[in-house]
Ligand binder design. Structure first.
Ligand code: ZN
Length: 488
């Protein structure tokens, strides 16, 4: 099994300046290589007498790039059978891949630029390897196109076997010993694999990948071991509503820090560009973002752990979050030729709340915790889940009024989100096709006044509390009066 532990690292001042220098140097090499990849690709579309616009190289089979993703470094490799890996009976291909070309380029950079010799060559090469992986992810559709990096984004990755740990001290090649906060124990059975140093503003961290082959990986429960399924409906007022009647309110962490963030951003905007004070103000802003991130992560890990233990299967709704956050279409008045209000302003508030709730990362954390317990996390189609009655499956938009749900067909009433959670669980059961599953639901429907999110915010669940009497009865009375009206 493999695990990654992250510790706070305490490098000395000398080591810090060296680490930043390394980051700077690696960043510049990676960005040159990334630009080279983009340029080389563009050059393949060149027409006319040049084959490279930047160097103004004349088009000729000898001068032009032979690789469409890389032009720097060596294109060809020697046929050395002793160094060849893999199937040696295959015909030797002397062409280097884009990564190999850039790898040879990095070596030549180190020779021509003596200040690069300070950087550990493994760490430098590992940066290129990660960039190559980023391209692989892009071409297979898993990620966006690799971006140009900033110094602070650069992680320093050390190869397995080069780093040594002794109690709360860690030794890196060419950097020496550093102290770190041993916040969790590392058993002697674990072998240390890749070790990465990262920076978050002014704090350094070390991530240690540990491996122990004697411990088996976590195994998922088999289909026969599954007994219960629970539905989880995510939202903004209630971050999670479960089919068993439990509700988690949204802490709205972004909102808590909003004022502080606004003040610091304003301070930043008033500082002169390029000044030291602006840099300081920028750090102050980044620190607020870090606080928000930490708060949210803490909340989500705790909630994710709780959700993962609730049932054998957890059914989430499949959400198209990007689609939800799309801009409103502009409204255009054909007579005056002016734009009309399209409610984008209020939509932006909603978008902010959606981003703040961070449903996707909550689900990812739940999945992580579920993997430890062996429980399943599935996605179901949420279409119409807020309008469908969980008792009689009657679908109508009139069933729902804000947070209150009253079925027009059978009179079942509940909190709308709890009803949706129940529907999700039932759909998950259908999707998996396991008949023995029991949907975890409430046995007794509680009073409507008691459902809904806890009332620290004004606009929550007021609709249910306002009405006196039984809502189901209310509907029946209303129906009756309509009938009376119609029949005269
Ligand atoms: Zn119903």
């Amino acid at each position: 099994m493999q695990v990654t532990y992250r510790f706070k690292l305490y490098p000395s001042l000398k080591q810090v300046s060296r680490l930043i220098q390394w980051q700077n140097k690696i960043r510049s090499l990676l960005n040159v290589c990334l630009a080279d990849r983009i340029d080389s690709y563009q050059d393949t579309f060149m027409q006319g007498e040049f084959c490279n616009l930047r160097s103004r190289g004349v088009a000729s089979p000898l001068a032009c790039s032979i690789h469409k993703s890389a032009s720097l470094g060596e294109y060809w490799k020697e046929n050395n059978p002793s160094k060849r890996r893999g199937d040696k009976s295959k015909l030797f291909n002397p062409r280097r891949s884009a990564y190999e070309i850039h790898s040879s380029f990095a070596t030549s950079w180190r020779q021509t630029k003596p200040w690069y010799q300070d950087v550990n060559s493994d760490v430098l090469q590992q940066g290129l390897r990660n960039q190559n992986k980023a391209f692989g992810n892009f071409f297979s559709g898993r990620a966006n196109f690799p971006r140009f990096k900033r110094t602070r984004d650069i992680g320093l990755e050390f190869k397995p076997g080069t780093v040594r740990i002794q109690e709360n001290k860690i030794k890196f090649p060419s950097l020496g010993w550093m102290k770190f906060a041993l916040s969790r124990e590392i058993s002697n059975n674990w072998s240390i694999r890749t070790v990465t140093i990262t920076r978050e503003i002014d704090i350094w961290y070390v991530s240690v990948l540990l491996k122990d082959e004697t411990i088996p990986d976590y195994s998922q429960k088999s289909a026969t071991e599954l007994n219960t399924i629970i539905g989880c409906d995510v939202g903004i007022n209630k971050i999670a509503a479960f089919s068993n009647g439990e509700i988690e309110t949204n802490p709205r962490i972004g909102e808590r820090f909003e004022r502080r963030l606004k003040i610091r951003q304003r301070r930043l905007s008033r500082k002169k560009k390029g000044s030291n004070n602006r840099q300081k103000a920028g750090i102050a802003v980044a620190k607020v973002h870090r606080d928000i991130r930490r708060c949210r992560q803490d909340f989500q890990w705790k909630l994710g752990k709780k959700i993962a233990a609730m049932g054998d299967i957890i059914a989430f709704e499949a959400l198209n979050i990007q689609g939800m956050k799309k801009r409103c279409k502009p409204k255009f008045c054909s007579q005056t030729g002016k734009y009309l209000s399209n409610n984008q302003k209020s939509k932006s508030q909603l978008n902010k709340a959606i981003s703040d709730a961070a449903w996707y990362s909550l689900r990812q954390k739940t999945q992580h915790q579920a993997a430890k317990l062996g429980t399943w996390v599935i996605e179901v189609n949420p279409r119409g889940s807020s309008q469908e009655c969980c008792k009689c499956h009657y679908i109508s938009p009139k069933n729902r009024d804000k947070e209150k749900f009253v079925c027009e067909n059978c009179g079942h009433y509940d909190d709308a989100d709890l009803n949706a959670g129940n529907i999700l669980a039932q759909r998950g059961k259908e999707k998996l096709g396991i008949d023995t599953l029991t949907v975890v639901s409430r046995k007794v429907t509680t009073e409507p006044e008691l459902t809904g999110a806890s009332g620290n915010r004004k606009n929550i669940s007021s609709a249910m509390v306002d009405e006196s009497g039984n809502p189901a009865l209310f509907v029946q009375l209303k129906l009756f009066s309509d009938w009376e009206w119609n029949t005269g």
